[in-house]
Design a protein around this ligand. Structure first.
Ligand SMILES: [Zn+2]
Length: 253
């Protein structure tokens, strides 16, 4: 069953306000997580199904503010946070030219203001039943593949997504094409996300980023539209069929 969807405002979509999200049931998360209520209701249904398959589905990262995403971005740009290449090997940020560094950051982290985590529709998921005590998830691809601690979860999600039994969830980052790397842990709630993506206001984002203290802004500014096309705006075709018309209603895509 789907809850009625309240569409986030422009400021909420940019991560400037968190008024469209609410705290998720602590049993369904690790740490404090907030999500759009419609996505939260759907995750509870998914959790119930997962538990019948022996999984303990937990959200580890949901809504993220612009300020938080800016901190992540600037940390990677300054070489203070771990920066990984496609194969999850560490990169030396200080050895990269600005344009290359921008692309490297975007491979795993969104531009502040353009993160799907601002929307409250998107989150990262793990299986707490598979985590040995004292081990925290690294959100690495290998964890979700055969032999990894979340391999069962990865398989279960894959199957559900293929059969279309996922309550409106889908994986936006499949690692296809040249943009963002595949993120098997990242799920998106299409009934909310499709509206959010269609409503992204590029002019407003440009204005916001220009005055935000974003490291590498000069390199981002010249190719902002292109970068958004490649890394943030996945387009209607990446959504489950049933939710593609939500894009048309906003007149874009
Ligand atoms: Zn994510």
């Amino acid at each position: 069953m789907m809850s009625p969807v309240v569409i986030p405002s422009i400021d909420e979509l940019l991560g400037l306000r968190g008024t469209h999200v609410a705290r998720l049931d602590p049993e369904a998360s690790i740490g404090e997580v907030s999500l759009h209520p419609a996505a939260a209701a759907a995750i509870m249904s998914l959790r119930a199904e997962g538990s019948r398959a022996g999984l303990d589905l937990r959200v580890v990262s949901g809504y993220r503010s612009f300020a938080r995403q800016l901190q992540i971005w600037n940390g990677k740009a300054r070489g203070e946070r771990t920066l990984l290449d496609d194969a999850e090997n560490e990169l030396d940020a200080t050895a990269l030219a600005p344009d290359a560094l921008v692309l490297a950051i975007l491979r795993w982290s969104a531009l502040p203001g353009a993160s799907r985590h601002h929307w409250g529709s998107d989150f990262d998921v793990v299986d707490a039943a598979a985590m040995p005590p004292g081990v925290s998830p690294g959100l690495r691809v290998a964890e979700y593949e055969e032999g990894g601690m979340f391999a069962r979860l990865g398989c279960w999600l894959e199957l559900g997504l293929r059969e279309g039994t996922m309550h409106g969830f889908f994986r936006p980052y499949q690692g296809l094409g040249a943009g963002v790397a595949g993120e098997p842990w990242h799920l998106s709630y299409a009934p909310v996300a499709a509206y959010c993506e269609a409503a992204l206001d590029v002019a407003r984002l440009r204005e916001l980023l220009a005055g935000s203290g974003l490291v590498l802004w000069d390199a981002v500014e010249t190719s902002l539209e292109l970068l958004l096309q490649r890394f943030s705006l996945l387009g209607a075709d990446s959504y489950p069929l049933a939710f593609r018309p939500l894009f048309d209603r906003r007149g874009s895509a």
